[in-house]
Design a protein around this ligand. Sequence first.
Ligand code: FE2
Length: 300
Amino acid sequence: MPEQIATRFQSPGDGRPDAGMLAAWERDGFLVLDGFYTAADCARLRRRAAALLEGFDPDEHRTPFNTRDYVHARDDYFCASAAGIGFFLEPGALDEAGNLVVDKRLAVNKIGHALHDVDPEFDRFSRNPRLAALVAGLGVRDPLLVQSMYLCKQPRIGDEVPPHQDSTFLHTRPESVIGLWVALEDATVANGCMWAAAGAHRGSLRRLFHRREGQLVMETLDTEPLPQADTPLPAPSGTLVVLHGRLPHCSGHNTGAVSRHAYAVHVVDANAEWSPANWLQRPPDLPLRGFQRDRTPTTR
Ligand code: FE2
């Protein structure tokens, strides 16, 4: 199947999507907004992530992030990261004996999942007023920032992310999740940019990742295969990609020699019911919050 070409926009100055963007959002289930964040914004977040990586002790936690069988999901470290900062390794960073085969700074697949609520730099980046205006313009009346991830996609070992829908992992009734993904370095086909199945957000939700009888399980809701994600979304640093919760998307293996750092925040509508079966549950002392920067983050 030939590759499709994604519609792209220059970022709106005030963040609010115009009529053309809203039409593309309805039609495609995604938006690509170039230049949403400045080079300085991106550099600042990369520096903060580098500092976090420097402090990471791989001898304490060796949890690979595996999107094929979700073995990490059986790990308490993964569940605890809902309210803190966890480091998840690239499967290719470990040998069969579990030893790191690359420097720790090049071994991490992602850092998550409450960066935006416990780290001041990530709080600032996530609660950008233009991002709040964009989300409001897309019709989210009462947004909650539920999850944040710093995605490293390391050179050569950066693993692929198979096609999925974000509503599988962050479920509300009715569904309301929106993914906000920011390229912090240039994302290309060679280093594993995002791909999407344009328009397929109108299809059914295929799977649900949730707690059942005390275990995290992946349940099939609809056996219809996801359509092919045939639209590459290459993204120069600073580009924001917005993803509908039902949109099938994936990213490729990083076969190149340069990393592809990105940052993703997921937002839901507080007027929808947050499923008590979601893997991500917050303790009472760290409730989910919106875009207001009204609380001093506390490092956990
Ligand atoms: Fe996703």
